[in-house]
Design a protein around this ligand. Structure first.
Ligand SMILES: NC(=O)c1ccc[n+]([C@@H]2O[C@H](COP(=O)([O-])OP(=O)(O)OC[C@H]3O[C@@H](n4cnc5c(N)ncnc54)[C@H](OP(=O)(O)O)[C@@H]3O)[C@@H](O)[C@H]2O)c1
Length: 337
């Protein structure tokens, strides 16, 4: 049986709605390397270990098996539904009129739930790629970001809140120009935003912008995603768990560098959602939020080590005529429309 960490000892953050969310959770994207069976078995172990936040998505292809794990955990009295914070996301091929509701219905059926705690618009474009594709794959139907199209899809997520199917809604992989274009026009603001955050990619401007709006940042790839799909690997990518600053701090705390990345995230204030199918890893990832914090000096040393190194560049979502992956991220400060 997995080592148990009392969920009460894991600090919580308060969302703008007043609801609480654990300061760390577990990711469930198998990165085309780990099977749905492996991931759902890890979720089962993680519930027993004390995790109460799980980051799911339709495109991860494992919600049906994870749903069986949730049901079993509820039936066996290991945890109550209201003690879990479960997220999911509508995939890029389901942005059309009415499709978000269909996507939500499938997710609820697969996860065997009657509501999702936070439902995300997975990417701000309707561009999608075939599962398991390589980095050169392009979809001829891909289009640049459009605020109008985004808002039409967002309105469908707002309806999910009205219907009581989503308690919160969230955006993901946004930029300041995109948020500037859409936030003033939404009826229901996002409570949470997922963004890539790890020591070599701290996104300080976007992070502050989101916090100032009262939105809780959730950090994906918090360990620098060493097992990410090959299509997301590019020459020159920084390996967070090999950064000298992270390795030195890990040595002085007697932990793996991955754990330092997570301690930094929790203490900075965003919610990391590390993935692992290995019990020793996911237990130490949760425990890191409950003991032996980093010092202020260590936090400052990591802040100074930012390399502005985006790992999930999203090049498979590029449209015809786009210059390169930078176009997805509005790097010249303007939206590419
Ligand atoms: N919103 C979005 O668009 C989006 C995008 C990407 C990811 N996500 C979410 O974020 C989650 C996390 O991202 P990720 O899975 O890409 O990356 P990650 O959590 O940064 O890295 C996961 C890898 O780190 C290693 N690891 C984990 N804990 C460790 C430990 N204690 N010691 C040593 N190594 C450890 C494992 O690799 P080994 O097998 O080598 O041990 C694991 O496969 C995903 O599962 C998903 O839920 C969301």
């Amino acid at each position: 049986m997995a080592e148990y960490i009392n969920p009460e000892s894991v600090p919580k953050r308060r969302l703008s709605t007043g609801e609480e969310i654990p300061c760390i959770g577990m990711g469930t994207f198998g990165s085309d390397r780990f099977t749905a069976d492996q991931v759902s078995a890890a979720v089962a172990g993680a519930i027993r270990a004390g995790y109460r936040l799980f980051d799911c998505a339709a495109v991860y292809g494992n919600e049906e098996l994870i749903g069986q794990v949730f049901k079993q955990a509820f039936d066996e009295g290991i945890v109550k539904r209201e003690e879990l914070f479960i997220t999911s996301k509508v995939w890029n091929d389901m942005h059309g009129r009415g499709d978000v509701l269909i996507s939500m219905a499938k997710t609820l059926k697969d996860l065997q739930l009657d509501y999702i705690d936070a439902f995300f618009l997975h990417w701000p474009f309707p561009n999608y790629h075939a599962p398991g594709c390589d980095g050169d794959a392009r979809n001829p139907d891909s289009v640049p970001f459009s605020a109008e199209r985004f808002l039409a899809t967002w309105a469908q997520l707002e309806r999910l809140v009205d219907m009581g199917l989503a308690r919160h809604i969230g955006m993901s992989s946004m930029t300041i120009p995109k948020l500037e274009a859409v936030l003033p026009k939404v009826r229901i603001a996002p409570t949470v935003i997922e963004m890539e955050l790890h020591p070599s990619f701290q996104q300080p401007e976007l992070y502050s912008y989101v916090e100032e709006k009262g939105i809780q940042p959730i950090g994906f790839c918090p360990i620098g995603s060493p097992t990410r799909p090959d299509r997301d690997k590019t020459e020159g990518d920084v390996v967070d768990i090999q950064m000298p600053e992270i390795v030195a701090i890990a040595q002085s705390h007697g932990v793996h560098p991955a754990v330092v990345c997570l301690k930094w995230a929790v203490q900075r204030g965003h919610i990391p959602i590390p993935f692992s199918v290995y019990e020793a890893e996911y237990v130490s990832n949760l425990r890191c939020a409950t003991e032996d914090p980093l010092t202020e000096e260590e936090m400052s040393r990591i802040a100074a080590a930012d390399k502005d190194c985006r790992l999930i560049k999203g090049q498979v979502f590029l449209w015809e005529g786009a210059k390169g992956w930078e176009d997805l991220w509005d790097l010249d400060g303007t939206i590419t429309v």
